[in-house]
Design a protein around this ligand. Structure first.
Ligand code: SF4
Ligand code: SF4
Length: 375
C-alpha cells in the first residue's frame, strides 16, 4: 500500500497549561514527556510536512502560548507555506503576544471556552479566566483573524448550549464547535462525573437545530461515540491524513497512540518527519485495512469509520486490533454498555475530578504549578 499524503500536522508545542480540564487530551503521563524541540526543530518539521503535502498546521498543546518562542514557530510555519492555526485557552501571555503572532503569519485562532459561567468553569478547569478569554476573543476579531470557539460538553454544561451559542454570536465567531466529551485519558478517569444523564443530549441537539436554523454562524455538534452506537473515524483513519508531533519529537497518528503498548514510533529530531510518517512501524500498524478482523473486515462502513479508535479498543478490551467497542456490531460492545451504566448510576457524593488536587503527579495540576513557576 502506498503511503497516504499527509494533509494536516498537529504540533503539540508543550504540555504546560495553567488550566486542569477534567477532559484534557494530554496523555496521562504527560508530566514525564520532555519538551525538547526548539524553534529550529519545528522549522525543519514544517518544511518536511509541506514537502509531504501538508497544507495546515494546528499549533496546539497544552497551552502553546506558554512557549516564549511561539512567534518564531508561527513564522516558521508560515514560511513553510502552511496555514497556521492557533489552538489556545486564551490565558496568560496569549492576549499580549497576539498582534505579534498575527504579524508573523498566524491565520486563524481556536479559543476554548470551558463554560459560560464562572462556577462551571472553575468546576471543570480549576479556574475561570472568563474576562481574560472574552478580551482575547475580541482582540482576535479586531485583528481580523477568523475565530473558532470550542466548548467541550459534559453533564454539567450540556444544559447551557444556548448560552454558548449566544456567546459565540456576540463575539463574532465564525464557527462554534460543541464537542461532546470523548472518553479517553483524563475524561475516561472522570467519566462518572462527566457522562450525560439520559435525555440531555437530545435536549441539546434540539437547541442546536433551532440555533442552526437562525443562521449566521456554523455550529458543529459532535455526539460522543460511547453513546452513539457507532464509532468515530478517529483522526480520519490511523496514519491516513494527520500526524501529531509531541513536545519530545515523537510522531504519532493520534494524541493517545502511546497508550497502546508495543508500538514503535520514531522521533522527528532523530529521523526527520518523512521517515517518521512513511516508515515508522507504529505509524503503519493500523494503516489501511489489512489489520482488520471480523466484523470490520468486509463491513460496508469500514471506509467511513476505519474501524473506529484503536486506543479505545485497547483501553476497553486489551486488544488494539479489534473493532472499536463503541460500535454496536462489535462483540465487545457490552463493555461500553456496562461502562455507561456504571457511570450513570447516581454517584453519592459525585466523584471528585482528577485535577490539581488529585494525588497523581501526572494530573494537569502538576503542570499548572510548573507553568506558574516559569511564567
Ligand atoms: S488543561 Fe484544558 S486548556 Fe489546558 S491543555 Fe488541557 S484541555 Fe486544554
Ligand atoms: S464493524 Fe467495524 S467497520 Fe463496521 S461499523 Fe463497526 S467499527 Fe465500523
Amino acid at each position: 500500500m502506498s503511503t497516504p499524503r499527509l494533509l494536516n500536522l498537529v504540533a503539540e508545542l508543550t504540555y504546560r497549561c495553567p488550566l486542569r480540564c477534567a477532559y484534557c487530551s494530554n496523555p496521562l503521563d504527560f508530566a514525564s514527556v520532555e519538551e525538547c524541540l526548539g524553534a529550529e526543530d519545528w522549522r525543519a518539521a514544517f518544511r518536511q510536512a509541506a514537502g509531504l503535502g501538508a497544507l495546515h498546521v494546528g499549533l496546539s498543546g497544552g497551552e502553546p502560548t506558554a512557549r516564549r518562542d511561539l512567534p518564531e514557530i508561527v513564522e516558521a510555519a508560515a514560511g513553510a507555506g502552511l496555514y497556521a492555526h492557533l489552538v489556545t485557552a486564551g490565558v496568560g501571555r496569549a492576549l499580549r503576544i497576539l498582534p505579534e503572532l498575527r504579524a508573523r503569519g498566524l491565520r486563524s485562532v481556536q479559543l476554548s471556552i470551558q463554560d459560560v459561567d464562572d462556577e462551571g468553569a472553575r468546576w471543570i478547569a480549576g479556574r475561570s479566566h472568563r474576562e481574560e478569554k472574552l478580551s482575547f476573543a475580541r482582540r482576535v476579531r479586531e485583528l481580523g483573524l477568523p475565530l473558532v470557539l470550542n466548548a467541550v460538553l459534559h453533564r454539567r454544561n450540556l444544559g447551557r448550549v444556548r448560552r454558548f451559542v449566544e456567546l459565540a454570536r456576540e463575539l463574532g465567531a465564525e464557527r462554534l464547535e460543541l464537542a461532546n466529551t470523548q472518553y479517553h485519558g483524563f475524561a475516561l478517569l472522570n467519566r462518572g462525573a462527566l457522562l450525560p444523564r439520559p435525555g440531555q443530549l437530545a435536549e441539546a441537539a434540539a437547541v442546536v437545530a433551532e440555533e442552526r436554523a437562525r443562521g449566521g454562524i456554523e455550529i458543529v455538534f459532535v455526539l460522543p461515540d460511547l453513546l452513539a452506537g457507532r464509532p468515530k473515524p478517529c483522526m480520519g483513519g490511523w496514519g491516513r491524513k494527520t500526524a501529531v508531533v509531541r513536545p519530545d519529537g515523537l510522531v504519532l497518528p493520534c494524541h493517545a497512540a502511546t497508550s497502546i503498548p508495543g508500538l514503535e514510533f520514531w522521533s522527528v529530531k532523530e529521523r526527520g518527519l518523512v521517515a517518521c510518517w512513511e516508515e515508522a512501524p507504529g505509524m503503519n500498524a493500523f494503516r489501511g485495512e489489512a489489520w482488520m478482523r471480523a466484523p470490520c473486515a468486509g463491513c460496508d462502513q469500514r471506509h467511513r469509520d476505519f474501524g473506529g479508535c484503536r486506543c479505545q479498543a485497547f483501553a476497553l478490551t486489551g486488544d488494539a486490533a479489534v473493532a472499536d467497542p463503541a460500535c454496536a456490531l462489535s462483540p465487545h460492545h457490552p463493555a461500553v454498555l456496562r461502562l455507561r451504566e456504571e457511570a450513570l448510576r447516581e454517584p453519592s457524593p459525585e466523584p471528585r475530578l482528577r485535577g490539581p488536587d488529585a494525588s497523581s503527579s501526572s494530573a494537569p495540576g502538576a503542570v499548572a504549578r510548573s507553568f506558574s513557576r516559569q511564567s
